[in-house]
Write a protein that binds this ligand. Structure first.
Ligand SMILES: [Mn+2]
Length: 247
């Protein structure tokens, strides 16, 4: 993987995903061959909240498992959907309810197909992806230096949920520590999870969750070029969903 395009949290925004793939140059043929041999990487949270989560699952499955033009790491929403598909009792809120509603609309055979696709996609995925050719690590909520190379439970919690302390704020959202400020590594850490109005670069880390599902943009980060490519969202803007950092 000499050249990669890392895509931020899609959350069911299929149309915007299609547009960013076009802008990045992946729609030249049906197999998503890029003329420059580029590879896509999804940063996780491909479903929930947005209008077309199942179409996103089908496309990402096709890209990763069939034509092998993409890699995928899971996000916290992916983890919860996976547990739902396994038949575990999970609360259908925080966006999962929209994916489940789409799923329940399907005829039985189509349901089985989507479920199998997502389970396969999730189970083959690494917790985070190291890409030495472009000196980068892709992890849904990021990763701190001391956890790189590990795959234990502490790492799983960190890459899915971020640097959470276990405390919650007045509005019920978890208190998160700003791990990126303390990161001093030489590798790029490319992540999403926390919506920001524009990609946030701190040291060698970049948050590319520009909150497409909350009406802002869907963004991709190209390496080794370090270019950011974005397309506007078609969803209504919900400004209070965006974090503001003091850098
Ligand atoms: Mn997330």
């Amino acid at each position: 993987m000499e050249k990669v395009d890392i895509i931020g949290d899609v959350h069911g925004c299929f149309e915007e995903l299609h547009e960013v793939l076009a802008k990045l140059g992946y729609l030249k043929d049906k197999e998503y061959n890029h003329p420059d041999g580029r590879i896509l990487v999804f940063v996780g949270d491909i479903t929930d909240r947005g209008p077309e989560s199942l179409k996103v699952i089908e496309l990402v499955y096709y890209l990763v498992m069939i034509v092998k033009k993409a890699c995928y790491v899971p996000g916290n929403h992916c983890n919860k959907l996976y547990r739902f598909f396994l038949g575990n009792k999970v609360q259908q809120r925080h966006g999962l309810e929209t994916t489940v509603a789409e799923y329940e609309q399907l005829p039985k055979d189509k349901r089985a197909e989507i479920k199998q696709q997502f389970i396969t996609l999730y189970e083959q995925a690494p917790l985070y992806l190291q890409i030495p050719e472009v000196n980068a690590i892709v992890a849904h909520a990021g990763i701190k230096e001391s956890l790189i190379g590990r795959t234990d439970k502490q790492v799983k919690t960190f890459v899915l949920y971020g640097d959470i302390t276990g405390d919650v704020m007045e509005d019920g959202r978890p208190v998160r520590k700003d791990w990126a400020k303390e990161y001093n590594g030489k590798e790029w850490i490319v992540y999403g999870h926390t919506p920001v109005l524009s990609p946030r670069i701190v040291h060698n880390t970049i948050n590319i969750d520009t909150g497409c599902v909350f009406g802002n943009e869907l963004s991709a980060f190209r390496l080794p070029e370090k270019d950011i490519i974005s397309v506007p969202s078609k969803q209504p803007l919900i400004e209070e969903k965006f974090s503001h950092f003091e850098d």
